[in-house]
Every structure is written in structure tokens, then in C-alpha cells.
Design a protein around this ligand. Sequence first.
Ligand SMILES: Cc1ncc(C[n+]2csc(CCOP(=O)(O)OP(=O)(O)O)c2C)c(N)n1
Ligand SMILES: [Mg+2]
Length: 660
Amino acid sequence: MTTDQAKHQAMANAIRILSLDSVERAKSGHLGLPLGAADVATVLFSRFLKFDPKAPDWANRDRFVLSAGHGSMLLYSLLHLLGYEDMTLEQLKNFRQLGSITAGHPEYGHAAGVETTTGPLGQGFANAVGMALAETKLAAEFGDDLVDHFTYALIGDGCLMEGISHEAAALAGHLKLNKLIVLWDDNNITIDGYVSLADSTDQIARFKAYGWNTLSVDGHNPDEITDAINKAKASTKPTFIACKTIAGYGAPTRAGTPKAHGGPYGAEESAGVHEALNWTNEPYDLPEDIVDDWRLAGLRSTKTRVEWEKKLENAGADISAEFKRRLRGDLPTDVNAAIVELKKQLASDKPTVATRKASQMALEVINPVLPETVGGSADLNGSNLTKTSTFEDFTAKDRSGRFVNYGVREHGMAGIMNGIALHGGLLPYSGGFFIFSDYCRPSIRLAALMGIRAIHVMTHDSIGVGEDGPTHQPVEHLASFRAMPNINVYRPADPTETAECWQLALEDTSRPSIIALSRQGTSASRTEFTEENLCAKGAYTLRGKADADVVIFATGTEVELAVQAREQLEKSGTSTRVVSVPCLEIFNAQDDAYRRSIIGNPKSRVVVEAGVSQSWDKLLGENGRFIGMDCFGASAPAKELYKHFGITTEAVVEAANAQL
Ligand SMILES: Cc1ncc(C[n+]2csc(CCOP(=O)(O)OP(=O)(O)O)c2C)c(N)n1
Ligand SMILES: [Mg+2]
């Protein structure tokens, strides 16, 4: 063994032992991957990856995504060894314990160096595609002096089995995201057995078919791994490297078998690993020379980082300020001005349009003053209307385009958008049918968990879809996303509310948003200009006096019904107030005083929304009536469906009167 090989071996073994000792101590965790992929990770982090533990958020760092999040101890060990200050030995000792930054699966925002939350397999893969996309896009805009980095992902067999990997990989190949390098921990095992139990895909052939560069290496041979990464960096296509590894490397009875996947291994097996690796130190007592080698690896890019910071300062005050603003995620003040101008126009035009059209009108004024937006659609742009007049397509040839044709890939789209948002400097928004939010849900949930800004334009938001029928008519979707923590579901009623909801979603940097929009036209409910964003508190009185006997709460296209019902009720002498609720979550988060002022103390409460009643219980109270539906829709023209399911002005009036 040469000294280089010996050094590599010792560094890789330090990852293995730290991971092993921490999983044994926590009495839970996963060891197959950290022990098996330690060589791959050591080569990547000590020879290639550009990063600086002293400046973990350096914008031009290479990104590393551990898509196989169950192998979290691999990442935590690396971060500790490389000198990330927050990743202390104490944190490793508290692996998986409450309050530690070493969560069971890596969580974005806990430890520096964790680029995304992973655990649900395949998501990290899609995030990495998004990061690579963001890199090429920002490089086209700011130049490769400022933006020039690679994105690496370490994935497992599970990531490859999950469907999202297909969607993300196909798009990455199509878009020739050549600075994306995916390392596959090809260990031939998952939890229940050998991969052959459930899969016989030729992964290399699969990735070739996607248009990727593909390579295969012995994942325990540092020279082969080095060679492959060098080749990958020079490729004009994204690269997939199959790294043949032994899961649970070093474990006397478990290595290479499905029993290697999980942990703890127990005292005897664990002692066997120490012995196999010639490791005689006590747990967490790391040999100084190995620590020094790792710390040196952590210092490799410091100079490059400092030089980059100078480049940013020397790029000119405008560019440098804009670049920094973009990374902070602040909006330019022009956005508010553009929305206010649009609202003035809308108040005078009072257009009767579908809210999806209203969204396009809002985007037409937003996109020109907000250079960070990256729009897209899952093959439904003609319906979602998310592409605006100044947008060109983002393609393999034109990286400056601001519209991504995601293809019929909702899940991939949502996972890629998370990667774009996590990368920083860009603000992704999508287009899709609200019904297919189900296909995006795992990625949207992670966006909510991470608290990142990704905006989903979801059109065709109710039985108002009409003739396409129940397969295309969302019924439970508003309620189901309202049940998800840390996401706002907007359902604006008209063009003015749509513009206001867009503004709120853009301004909110700490959560994703869904903007649910109608297919069918609806009249303008807001007819007077107000500079104030009335949607900002989630609900507001649209018509009527505070002390009205009847209060009708409504969202989206049903606000029109509520307004008509009010007219009838008032005609027959019943004072009625209409409350528009563009965002129930925001309203529920207001203080009691505001909530009470909006709810009032009416004799009669009615909620009208073309969906299930769940999520309205609090507002309805004991006696309130809900006008909506608790079954699937049907195939018929929209107007007939509203009648058929009893979501009508008459039904609202009747429900109001029934309580008087
Ligand atoms: C979407 C999803 N489904 C199931 C799981 C549970 N799970 C965690 S690891 C794993 C097996 C993954 O196999 P592989 O990626 O090959 O990892 P290895 O066993 O080789 O470490 C499964 C099924 C998960 N984390 N995410
Ligand atoms: Mg595996």
C-alpha cells in the first residue's frame, strides 16, 4: 500500500468508526451505507468537493446531496471530520436525540453542510437535478466567474427504484445538465433482501437511455473513483457513476448482506468491525494524524472562496448588490409597485375571467420586475397559463430561458423546484392541475418541512373543471393541504385577490404556497381599488356590516355565490355579511381580536366552498352550515354540476335562513 492509499484508508475508516460508534450508542440508525460508501465519500470530499466549513453558505460551493438520507451518519461524520464548527463530537454522541442537530435523517437548517432534507428516497435525487439546473441558469445570468460549481448526489438502490428518479433523470438528461454527477451506492441490497428480490433493471442502460454519461467503478478503489469523477467533470452530459460497494463494509457476518442495512449491529459485530479495520482507539477518540488529514481536506477551498468573494466585490456595485439580494431572497420594491398598479387597472376594468387567467395577468407584471422567477408547467401551460410574454424556454442550448417545460412529471417538477429553491438565487413556481397535486405531495411536504419558498400554481381547482369528470375534479385537496403544517393554500376569488395572493406567496420566504385557481370564469368581487393587500390577514369582510345577522364565508369561485346570496337575503330584510377567505391558514394564525372582528356574533353562519367540509369546523362552530360536497364529482358541464351537488345561491340562502 502506498502512503496515499494508507492515508485514504485511514480517513475512510474514521467515517466508518464514527458512524458505527454513534449508531451503537443511539441504539438506532443505519450502517450499511456509511460503512459501504465511506471510500466514495472520502474521495469526493477530500479530492473534489469545493466547499469551506468556515463559510458553509458560500454561494459558489459545490452542492452535495445525500439522497439516501438513512445513511445520515456518513454525512455527520464527514462534517465533523472536515471541521464544520457546529458538528461537534457531542452532536455525534447525541445522534438521533431530541435537540441535537444530528437528526435521524439529515434535516435542512439543522446542521451547516446539510443542503436538503432527505429520507424519503428519491427526493434528494430530484433536488440535485434542481440545484444543477439552478447553477446553469445563474451562470448564464451572472457569468461563470461568479457561478461555476458542480452538484453531486449520493444515491442508493431505493432512490433508483422510486419513480421520482425516473422523472428527474429523464429531464436532467434532456436538458444536458452536465455539472450534475450522481454516485450510486451499488451495494445490491435494500431492507428486505438483495435487490434481485424486486428489481432486475440494468441501471447503466437505463441512464444511457436518458442521455447520461455512465461509468462503473469499484467503490472501494480510490483511484478508480477519482478517475471516474474526473471524467464526469469533463462530460457534456450529466454523469451516473455506478460504484460497486459492500454494504456494511468490515462487518464480520453482516457485510454484503441485507442484514448490513440497519443498525445497531450489537457489541460483538461492532467489535468485529473495529478489528477488521485495525481500529484500536476508544469510541470518539480519533487519532490526531487522521483528524489532521481531514481538517486539511476541509481547508482545500478556503483560498478559492476568499478569491471568489473578491470577485463578487469587484464585479461592480450593482451586480454584487443584486447577487446578494438574490441569495437573501428579498424582493425588489418594484414588485409591490407593480401589483398596486395592476390592482388599479383591475378596479377600473372589473374583468370577468377565470382566476387562472387572473394569475397570468399578475405574472405578466411580476416577471419583468422579478428576475429570479423560474416558471414552469407539467405539460399544461395552455391551461395553467404560467408562461408569460417575456419568457423563453430554458433548454439545453439556452440557459437564460425562464420557463421550464417539466413534461408530464408532476413529482419530478416539485422535487426539482425544491432543489432550485434550496440552491438560492432563484424563485421557482410551477403549473399543474390541482388534482395532480397528489402526484407532487411528497415533495411539497418536504418543502413545507424545510420551510422553503416554492410556489405551486394549481389550476382547475374544483368541480368547476366540468366535463373532464371526477378524475380531474379536486374535492378533498384544499382540506388535505390545509392539514399540512407550514404551507399556505391560497384560493383567490377574483383578479384582484389573485394579484394579492401572488404577492403574499412571493413575499413569504419561509414556506411553500399553493395558489388554487379556477378553470371557469368568475365575476370581479373586488370592484374598488385599495392599496392595502386585503388578503394579507387571510380573510376580510367583502360586503356588509359588522353586526349582520348572517355571515357567509366563501373562497375562490364560490365568493360569487356568497355575494349573490347576500343580495337575496338583504332584499328580504336579513342583514348579511360576506367574508372572503383567500387563505384559511393565515386567517387562523391571526390574533383573537382580528378573528373575532371577522367572525362577529351572527345568528347564522354559512361556509360555501366546492369541496369537503373538513378544515372549516372551527369557523362553523356548533350550528353553522356548510355548503359543499363530501363525495367525488361527476362528468358534466360545470354549471350543471354545481346545481347537481347543491352548491348554489339558493342553498346558501336556505342554510342562512334555517338558523334564524
Ligand atoms: C420513499 C421511501 N420509501 C421507503 C423508505 C424506507 N427505507 C429506508 S432505506 C430503504 C432501503 C433502501 O435501500 P438502498 O437505497 O439500497 O439503501 P441501502 O440499504 O443500500 O443502504 C427503505 C425501503 C424510505 N426511506 N423512503
Ligand atoms: Mg442498496
